[in-house]
Design a protein around this ligand. Structure first.
Ligand code: PBG
Ligand code: ZN
Length: 326
């Protein structure tokens, strides 16, 4: 049978292919995560994430400058505190590590958009994303007491100069409590990027090395979502919109492209996809073995997130991608 239409007509040469390209990855889409530790002149590579470092504030400022010079508009900060305790003091203290890093980065590069991850897991001795009674060894996170600590954390991050608050703990009601707190304190203009649909994923393994935040007992399945569920993600998203979220995140990204798509279909808010640590490490490991072409695989993956509906991509590949796109 002779084909009636010949799709190959439009693939004949690079110019035609350029003209009919539907999705374009740009520098505007990228957000680079940074891990900040106490100390000075520290850049310690994370074993399971080649090319990603735990950085002291001075080195984090250097990397933030590098991002800005590459044309990356934004970074997101994670902190590893001096001391972890049941009250997660390091998360909400005005001299906390993320607060220090945010202030230093905004001072050095005022135009870089600084996002703070707002969660407790890096700061609690038990590694859970919320508050639990000291004697409670079942690991059940208390929802409402956690909200108060998250509000305190967000306020202190705002005072430190953070541009966007990104709560990631999957506590019920966290967006409205943080919004209320920010508004009361005069931070009406600070947007909230909510980790709206965050799954209890095995792909976070390398991140927990980087952030030293693995739960010391139990797991996160009473607050993060079951990977089997998609409609539930839409419920989470609807709640976060009602509570006042300005942007929504889906996490992880690669095996959750259907969720990115469905969230994009149901909302007009910007959608972010978090290309998480395990996704990065898989690509890096295969590339280091010479099994895949790192540049092509990375750009294909990032472009696919956009095709699925992501407006923004948080990715450890951001600096490499920026160089390749330049
Ligand atoms: C914790 C948090 C996690 C990530 C970002 N913030 C994961 C977790 O331990 O539950 C994961 C990011 C990654 O894997 O790259 N609130
Ligand atoms: Zn957490």
């Amino acid at each position: 049978m002779f084909p009636i239409t010949r799709p190959r007509r439009l693939r004949q040469n690079p110019q035609l292919r350029r003209m009919v390209q539907e999705t374009t990855l740009t520098l505007n889409d990228l957000i680079y995560p940074l891990f900040v530790v106490p100390g000075e002149a520290i850049a310690k590579e994370v074993k399971s994430m080649p090319g990603v470092y735990q950085l002291s504030v001075d080195k984090a400022v250097d990397q933030a400058k590098e991002c800005f010079d590459l044309g990356i508009p934004s970074i997101i900060l994670f902190g590893i505190p001096e001391e972890k305790n049941s009250e997660a003091t390091g998360a909400w203290h005005d001299h906390g590590i993320v607060q220090k890093a945010a202030t230093a980065i905004k001072k050095a590069i005022p135009d870089l958009v600084v996002i703070a991850d707002t969660c407790l897991c890096e700061y609690t001795a038990h590694g859970h994303c919320g508050y639990l009674k000291d004697e409670d060894i079942t690991g059940t996170v208390l929802n409402d007491p956690t909200l108060e600590l998250l509000k305190k954390t967000a306020l202190s991050q705002a005072r430190a100069g953070v541009d966007i608050i990104a709560p990631s703990g999957m506590m019920d009601g966290f967006v409205s409590v943080i919004r209320e707190g920010l508004d009361e304190a005069g931070f009406q203009d600070i947007p909230i990027l909510s980790y709206a649909a965050k799954y209890a994923s095995a792909y976070y393994g390398p991140f927990r090395d980087a952030a030293e935040s693995a739960p010391q007992f139990g797991d996160r399945r009473t607050y993060q979502m079951d990977p089997s569920n998609a409609r539930e993600a839409l419920k989470e998203v609807a709640l976060d919109i009602a509570e006042g979220a300005d942007m929504l995140m889906v996490k992880p990204a690669l095996s959750y492209m259907d969720i990115i798509w469905r969230v994009k279909e149901m909302t007009n808010l910007p959608v972010a996809a978090y290309n998480v640590s395990g996704e990065y490490s898989m690509v890096k490991a295969a590339a280091l073995n010479g099994w895949i072409d790192e540049k092509k695989v990375t750009l294909e993956t990032l472009t696919s997130f956009k095709r699925a509906g992501a407006d923004l991509i948080l990715t450890y590949h951001a600096k490499d991608a920026a160089r390749w796109l330049a």
